[in-house]
Design a protein around this ligand. Structure first.
Ligand SMILES: [Zn+2]
Length: 333
């Protein structure tokens, strides 16, 4: 494998390789075009927040914008299906073959929808040749009177592949969360927690110790605690990272300062994803390209992170190995 290939040749390889995404919020993946087509007066073409240089003033302002846009579209299962058709077709065109996407479960309460119908609406939009797993996303204050009976039964939902804690990381973990995550873990689901994005290392410790996370969403701030990084390496905890999101939300000042390369060199398992492309106007291809063009990954590191996405995917072993071999073949041209 040559390290001397030109940036153009590397971009061409990035375009061709099979890809995965394991940190994508389906509400945050809403194609902006759908909103514009639905209501061009309210959702003008090229809004400022989708400009390349745009940075969000704060997480709360980002979250408010995301919710305002998402609820305008996502009113029930039919809208999920329609949006997912477009989202998945676009990902498939970029050679995404494995996707874990999170569904914000509070939508069940907001829209009065049935959770299983929402999951089916998402999964049935997957094109042949692309595996889609759905993870239930909950917020730290999401255990409402209406949602509690649903949340308490999530471990028994056969159609739900995993669980994730997202939203405002600085809120305290409430007592309901640990038993819910434990039951889901015992049921064999994918166990995720957003941590170390705005919160410090202590939030990652909490995600590991209290919620049993096997995949940390972001984990940017783990480097502040060497003991924590050692534990992440030793236990094979995966960081599903999204550098463009981190720059747009000012988690890092500049993407060039993102710790992902240092993590990989330290032996941390990392993957790369887009988080909320509605808000960041990024794609999985641009995300991987930025690793080399702005974070200094060499071509073998790019190949390694792409393979990592499949190596740790919950998919058929033969298929997984076929994608890994395909990446190797493209990088050894
Ligand atoms: Zn996220």
């Amino acid at each position: 494998m040559s390290l001397e290939i030109s940036p153009e040749a590397l971009r061409e390889r990035i375009r061709r390789i099979p890809k995965s995404e394991t940190h994508l919020h389906i509400e945050g993946a809403l194609p902006y075009d759908l909103l514009h087509e639905m209501d061009p007066d309210r959702f003008a073409e090229n809004p400022p927040f989708r400009e390349p240089d745009y940075r969000y003033p704060s997480f709360v302002e980002f979250e408010t914008l995301l919710v305002d846009h998402a609820v305008a579209w996502y009113t029930g299962p039919d809208r999920y299906h329609e949006a997912c058709k477009r989202i998945f077709a676009d990902l498939f065109e970029q050679n995404v073959r494995y996707l874990e996407t999170s569904l914000h479960l509070a939508i069940i309460e907001f829209t009065g929808s049935d959770g299983h119908e929402l999951i089916s609406a998402i999964k049935s939009a997957a094109p042949e040749g692309m595996e889609v797993k759905v993870v239930g996303g909950l917020t730290r204050d999401g255990y409402t009177r209406v949602m509690a009976p649903t949340i308490d039964r999530l471990h028994a939902w056969d159609d739900l592949d995993g669980i994730d804690m997202h939203g405002q990381e600085w809120l305290d973990l409430e007592p309901w969360a640990a038993p819910v995550w434990k039951a889901c873990k015992e049921a064999g689901k994918i166990i995720k927690v957003h941590a170390g994005e705005f919160g410090g290392p202590e939030k990652i410790w909490e995600a590991l110790d209290v919620l049993g996370a096997e995949r940390i969403q972001h984990g940017v701030r783990a480097f502040e605690d060497a003991e924590l990084v050692s534990r992440i390496v030793d236990e094979g905890i995966i960081l599903d990272m999204c550098p463009i999101s981190n720059e747009k939300l000012r988690v890092v000042d500049r993407i060039e300062e993102h710790p992902i390369r240092g993590y990989i060199e330290r032996g941390v398992i990392c993957t790369v994803s887009t988080d909320d492309p509605l808000c960041f106007a990024n794609t999985i291809t641009s995300e991987i390209e930025s690793l080399s063009s702005r974070i200094g990954f060499n071509s073998s590191q790019v190949a390694e992170i792409a393979k990592s996405g499949f190596r740790h995917a919950r998919m058929d072993e033969r298929l997984k190995n076929a994608y890994i071999e395909e990446i190797d073949a493209i990088f050894s041209d």
